[in-house]
Write a protein that binds this ligand. Structure first.
Ligand code: KG4
Ligand code: ZN
Length: 339
C-alpha cells in the first residue's frame, strides 16, 4: 500500500496543504497566499492572517486531496506545522489537523517549520540524504543547520537579530518597492551594479552566527542621508549592493560550516533561497570547495504543505512519537529537541 502523508502549513501568511507519497513524491500542493490581504499594510497582520486561515483551511485540504486523487481513508498519516510562527495562525492548522486525525483515525505528527523548509529539498533531489548542511533563510529565520539524520538537527549558526528575509523586506519597504520585498529587491538588483555602494559586511569572530540589523541600518541611513541632501538614489544599485553584501555573508558562513563539520553536501531552503544571487554565489562557492549544492524550486522554497508532509514522513520513519489531542501550537520551539 502506498505511503501517503497529508501536510498542513499555516504558520504565517500561506494556508497550504499537500499530499506526498513516500516522503519524496509530491502528488498535490495547494497554496492559498494571503499576500494581497497584507500588502496594503506593508507586512503580515497576525489577526487578519488567523482569520484568513480559518476561512481557507478546509477548502485547501479538500483541494489537496482531490488534486492528489487520494481519499482520506488512504492516508497513512497527517503532519502539521506546530511552530515556530504566529501563534494564532499556527493554531488554525493545528486544530484542523487534530480534528482530521481524530475523525479519520490517522497518526498525527507535529512538525517544526524549519525542519519543513529543510525537507523541501527532498522531492527534487532523490540523491540528497543526510548528513548535509542546510542554510535556512526566510522571513522569520536565518539558520545554518546540520541535518545529521532524518528528523535530527544540529544548529551550527543563526541570526542574532533580524532574519535575512526581514532585512530584504525592510529595505524594500524603505524604497517603496512593496511587500514582500525580497523578490522586488532581487528583480531591481539584476539591473544594478553590486559594487556601486560599499555597505559594511557583518563580521563576527569565531562564530557562524549572522547579524543583519547593522547592514539593514546602513542601507536605511544611506537612503535617509540621500533624501536629506536631496540627492537621487539608484534603487537598482542600492538593491544590488545590499544583496551582494548579504549573500556573501550567507554563503561564506554556509561553506565554512560545512567544511568545519567535514560534510560536502550543502543545501539552501526557505523563501530567500529563491534569491538569484544567493543561488549563483552558492553554486560558485560549492564548485570552488568541491561541494554539491541542492536547492528546491521557488514554489517549494516559500511556505507550503508539501515540505511539511515530507518532514512528517521522515519524522514517522525516525520513530518520533505521534502527537496527541493535547498538541498545542508553540510560537518558539527548539529544533534540536523535537521528539
Ligand atoms: O519561507 P517564507 O515563505 O516564509 C517564512 O517562513 O518567513 O519566506 C518569505 C521570505 C520573505 O521575507 C520574502 O521577502 C523572502 O522570503 N523572499 C526573497 C525572495 N523570494 C522570497 N528574498 C530574496 N530574494 C527572493 N527572490
Ligand atoms: Zn517559512
Amino acid at each position: 500500500m502506498a505511503d501517503l502523508t497529508l501536510g498542513i502549513e499555516t504558520s504565517c501568511d500561506e494556508t497550504s496543504a499537500a499530499v506526498v507519497c513516500d516522503g519524496r513524491t509530491v502528488l498535490s500542493d495547494v497554496i492559498a497566499s494571503q499576500i494581497d490581504l497584507h500588502k496594503v499594510y506593508g507586512g503580515v497582520v497576525p489577526e487578519l492572517a488567523s482569520r484568513k486561515h480559518v476561512e481557507a483551511v478546509t477548502a485547501v485540504v479538500d483541494k489537496a486531496l482531490r488534486d492528489a486523487q487520494v481519499a482520506p481513508e488512504q492516508l497513512t498519516r497527517i503532519g502539521v506545522t506546530a511552530g515556530p510562527g504566529l501563534i494564532g495562525a499556527l493554531l488554525v492548522g493545528v486544530t484542523a489537523a487534530k480534528t482530521l486525525a481524530y475523525v479519520w483515525d490517522k497518526p498525527l505528527y507535529a512538525i517544526h517549520h524549519i525542519e519543513g523548509h529543510i525537507s523541501a529539498c527532498f522531492p527534487e533531489h532523490a540523491e540528497l540524504v543526510p548528513p548535509f548542511v542546510c542554510l535556512v533563510v526566510s522571513g522569520g529565520h536565518s539558520h545554518i543547520v546540520k541535518c545529521c539524520d532524518y528528523g535530527v538537527f544540529h544548529i551550527l549558526g543563526r541570526t542574532r537579530d533580524d532574519a535575512a528575509g526581514e532585512a530584504f523586506d525592510k529595505i524594500a519597504r524603505a524604497m517603496g518597492l512593496g511587500y514582500p520585498g525580497g523578490p522586488q529587491v532581487d528583480r531591481e538588483a539584476a539591473k544594478g551594479n553590486p559594487d556601486a555602494i560599499r555597505f559594511p559586511e557583518p563580521q563576527f569572530r569565531d562564530t557562524l552566527d549572522f547579524s543583519f540589523s547593522g547592514l539593514k541600518t546602513a542601507v536605511l541611513n544611506y537612503l535617509n542621508r540621500a533624501q536629506a541632501r536631496g540627492e537621487a538614489v539608484s534603487v537598482p544599485d542600492v538593491c544590488a549592493s545590499f544583496q551582494q553584501t548579504a549573500v556573501r555573508t550567507l554563503v561564506r558562513h554556509l561553506t565554512t560550516a560545512a567544511r568545519d563539520v567535514g560534510i560536502d553536501r550543502i543545501a539552501l531552503a526557505g523563501g530567500v533561497a529563491s534569491n538569484s544571487a544567493l543561488r549563483r554565489e552558492a553554486a560558485a562557492a560549492a564548485a570552488a570547495n568541491g561541494m554539491r549544492l541542492y536547492y528546491p524550486s521557488p514554489i517549494l522554497c516559500t511556505d507550503n504543505g508539501a515540505m511539511i508532509a515530507c518532514a512528517a514522513h521522515y519524522a514517522a520513519c525516525a520513530g518520533r512519537p505521534c502527537a496527541g489531542s493535547d498538541l498545542n501550537a508553540v510560537a518558539s520551539w527548539d529544533l534540536e529537541h523535537l521528539a
